[in-house]
Design a protein around this ligand. Structure first.
Ligand SMILES: C[S@@+](CC[C@H](N)C(=O)[O-])C[C@H]1O[C@@H](n2cnc3c(N)ncnc32)[C@H](O)[C@@H]1O
Length: 238
């Protein structure tokens, strides 16, 4: 039996198309990404881990803004696309975040940036502790997730407090929709795990799509003005 992460098969199907459209797809380029980037501090000359770097879109932005980046991802298919894009501008590595980041020294990283990855982990205690180990005092862990309340509304559960597998059909990437599994957990699980792992939260935002999103997807825009799709947290190591 393999021990692939929950969305391994989905990202195998998505990888090529994901790489092609991630920089222009409205839900990413005009919704999640601008809000995520608004949280990033000055990273010129800083060391950054892009945790779950996917096809390298955020990795490239981080490099272009002057940081030295290590990008890791557990999907060989996503990472292959990242390698084509990034070439030698950053260190890319096949790595499952459920495993120790033993190739990264204690307190050597200024920022861990992780865009839309943490909801693929059933257990976040371990990875948050690992991030705390590698981040320098005063450094940041910034991450975005599928909004826990929206997922709870879309996939009702008997118990909000459970960590539960959920799946959504993604029809915005490939011709045939791809079923993408992830984990829904209560918001408190994120915030309390941060606290237990040595982080304090500086910002927690529930972004709205941009006006350019409205031009491209007016119906979705109206929906997401009242029903958020994403949440992002900027946490500081103290
Ligand atoms: C929605 S994509 C985001 C990719 C990239 N961060 C971006 O913003 O374009 C989620 C990524 O998380 C990766 N991922 C999921 N579970 C993982 C795990 N346990 N360890 C490492 N990467 C994982 C997937 O392979 C996929 O590339």
């Amino acid at each position: 039996m393999n021990n692939h992460f929950i969305a391994y098969d989905a990202y195998k199907k998505l990888a090529k198309r994901y790489a092609e459209i991630i920089d222009v797809k409205p839900h990413n380029a005009e919704y999640e990404r601008p809000s995520f980037l608004s949280l990033i501090p000055d990273i010129k000359g800083k060391k950054v881990l892009d945790a779950g770097c996917g096809t390298g879109s955020l990795t490239e932005w981080l490099v272009d803004h002057g940081s030295e980046v290590i990008g890791v991802d557990a999907s060989p298919h996503m990472l292959e696309e990242a390698m084509k894009r990034i070439k030698y501008k950053a260190t890319l590595r096949l790595h499952d975040l459920r495993e120790p980041l033993s190739f990264i020294e204690d307190e050597s990283i200024d920022l861990v940036a992780s865009s839309l990855v943490m909801h693929y982990l059933e257990n976040i205690d371990y990875v948050f502790k690992e991030f705390n180990r590698i981040i320098k005092p005063g450094g940041y862990f910034i991450f975005s997730i599928e909004h826990p309340f929206s997922v709870f509304i879309d996939r009702p559960s008997d118990n909000y407090y459970n960590v539960e597998p959920v799946s959504f059909n993604w029809d915005g990437f490939t011709e045939v929709p791809v079923l993408v599994p992830s984990y829904r957990r209560p918001l408190e699980s994120y915030t309390e795990t941060l606290a237990k792992s040595g982080f304090c939260i500086e910002r927690l935002i529930e972004p709205k799509p941009t006006l350019r999103f409205k031009e491209q997807l007016p119906d979705s825009y109206e929906r997401h003005l009242i029903n958020p799709l994403f949440m992002m947290i900027k946490a500081k190591k103290y």
